[in-house]
Design a protein around this ligand. Structure first.
Ligand code: ATP
Length: 515
């Protein structure tokens, strides 16, 4: 004891002086516009994670689905025949009872649209942007091809995403028909475009020229320049296809949302037709209202209703929702899905980000860029389209799918409303997709909403309920009037204004705009 004591006494205390000559090298701040901290050391930034707009998963489109394109004369563009399930589209019109997007993803203005005439059989492949420009997940080096079930990873014919299938297995048809008698005045191009402008044939192998593509789009957009009627732009969001601004529309004295999509920066630019056609054709109280669309320089502009309440993602990531709130919101989403599904449209990107709210609590579905149209001849689709964590197992497994794929994604969105994020969100997208495909659906079960979920997230699609059936599920007895959501939105905006939640810059910006 004495010895220990004497040893301790011998240790000399090192002296620490007070800091001197120190430099202040870091100036951290908060950028209210982007909702991010600035100037943080890398390590601190890593702890906070990337800004939400960057970190939110983006939808994907399998580029192997891009198929040879035929350009027809007289303003008709036809892309590829069809898959094993999609019998080759004759160069003519189908008997679909609904005005619709074409059998792949793009607009077919009307079932009785003018027939396709004088089709050029010259085929060529549209040029893909370099991998680095295709955006998430294509620029993610960890995003290796997902081997098909029971299939060894392919060696030779792989694409950046997935396995290159025999060309005929991924055919896509896009028809941009000239105006027909069935078109509404709004749908009709306001400036007549001469057939010659579209007749310009791109050289074989070069893909559809930018000019041809632009001319094709001209037929479905309004011809006037919206800029003379819009002012006070403020960017409120950014997605995989472009940016969204809030702007003041002078003629109607209202705030509108303007989605601006650069024609040259799209994963699959033919999907832009969806952005215009679906919103315009399918009006429903739970679908965001479309006002007009325009070609402005190299951009497609879609002017639509401004949803000042922000997205459902803002809610699920910042608060624990009650069951009545979940029921109130999801019943409205199901209303929109029921409407679309009755018209054989698959949304293919159902997730909290695609659900926007009005300040009064009304819930509306948006983001129609990835829709697929079914018809009697094409009752199911096969293209791999969706956002990884929300994508239905059969879509990932490359099996034929139909509107019930949206119901799976709807189930995942229910999980978001309970847990704040979809299952497997900590995994890389590729890994998550593998798990969705290969693991039993019981992995998705939750203590809350178990029964409702069991009818949505079920791999046997015959067991999966339709949106109409789901609307009759006893869970929806808890649903209230949409106005019951309004206080929740106010509370969230309050949080944002007080700076309590750095993620909800979107709502903060909206507040700025609407004042
Ligand atoms: N009508 C609107 N009113 C208010 N905000 C909107 C509106 N439309 C879109 N936004 C916001 O703009 C952002 C990007 O929009 P959107 O998701 O439509 O782009 P996108 O490119 O289609 O996205 P994604 O990557 O999901 O495909 C989102 O944060 C969304 O909440």
């Amino acid at each position: 004891m004495n010895r220990t004591f004497s040893l301790r006494r011998k240790v000399k205390k090192s002296e620490i002086s007070t800091p001197s000559n120190f430099e202040h090298r870091i100036h951290a701040g908060f950028d209210a516009r982007t909702g991010t901290y600035t100037g943080l050391p890398k390590q601190w930034q890593a702890l906070l994670g990337p800004p939400r707009s960057i970190s939110r998963p983006k939808p994907m489109v399998d580029p192997s689905c891009i198929t040879p394109v035929d350009v027809a004369e007289l303003k008709t563009v036809i892309r590829g025949p069809s898959s094993r399930y999609n019998t080759p589209l004759p160069f003519g019109i189908t008997n679909s009872p609904f005005p619709s997007v074409a059998r792949s993803n793009s607009l077919r203005i009307s079932a009785t649209a003018s027939p396709v005439i004088n089709v050029s059989r010259q085929s060529f492949r549209p040029s893909l942007p370099p991998v680095s420009q295709r955006g998430y997940p294509f620029n993610d080096p960890s995003y290796a091809p997902l081997p098909l079930r029971n299939q060894r990873p392919p060696t030779a014919t792989t694409t950046t995403f997935g396995v290159e299938q025999p060309r005929q297995a991924h055919q896509i048809t896009t028809i941009v028909a000239p105006p027909s008698r069935t078109m509404t005045p709004q749908m009709r191009p306001k400036t007549p475009t001469t057939p010659q402008t579209v007749r310009t044939q791109p050289k074989c192998g070069e893909g559809v020229s930018d000019e041809d593509f632009r001319n094709a789009l001209k037929f479905v957009v309004d011809s006037d320049d919206p800029r003379s009627d819009l002012t006070d732009y403020k960017q409120i969001g950014e997605g995989s296809t472009g940016v969204v601004d809030a702007a003041f529309k002078i003629s109607t004295k209202q705030i509108v949302a303007v989605k601006r999509m650069n024609l040259k920066k799209q994963q699959r630019r033919e999907l832009l037709f969806n952005e215009v056609s679906i919103l315009r054709q399918y009006q429903h109280p739970n679908i965001v209202r479309f006002f007009s669309s325009h070609l402005v320089d190299e951009e497609l502009w879609v002017v639509m209703e401004f949803m000042e309440g922000g997205s459902l993602t803002d809610i699920v990531t910042s608060t624990r929702m009650t069951e009545p709130q979940i029921a109130t919101i999801s019943r409205q989403v199901l209303g929109a899905l029921d409407f679309l599904h009755a018209r054989k449209v698959i949304h293919r990107d159902i997730k909290s980000d695609s659900i926007l709210l009005k300040r009064d609590g009304t819930v509306k579905l948006t983001d129609f860029g990835f829709c697929g149209q079914l018809s009697e001849e094409v009752p199911r689709r096969r293209s791999l389209v969706g956002t990884p964590y929300w994508t239905a197992a059969e879509v990932i497994a490359r099996e034929p799918y139909d509107t019930r794929a949206d119901i799976w994604s709807f189930g995942v969105m229910l999980i978001e409303m309970v847990e704040g994020e979809p299952p497997f969100f900590n995994d890389q997208p590729f890994q998550a997709m593998k798990r969705i495909r290969d693991e039993p659906e019981s992995r998705f079960s939750l203590s809350r909403l178990t029964d409702l979920l069991s009818h949505c997230i079920v791999k046997d699609i015959n067991q999966r309920w339709s949106s109409r059936d789901l609307l009759h599920h006893p869970f929806f007895v808890k649903a209230q009037h949409s106005s019951s959501i309004a206080p929740l939105l106010l509370q969230l905006q309050g949080n944002t204004i007080n700076g309590n939640n750095i993620q909800h810059h979107h709502s903060a910006q909206i507040t700025t705009v609407i004042q």
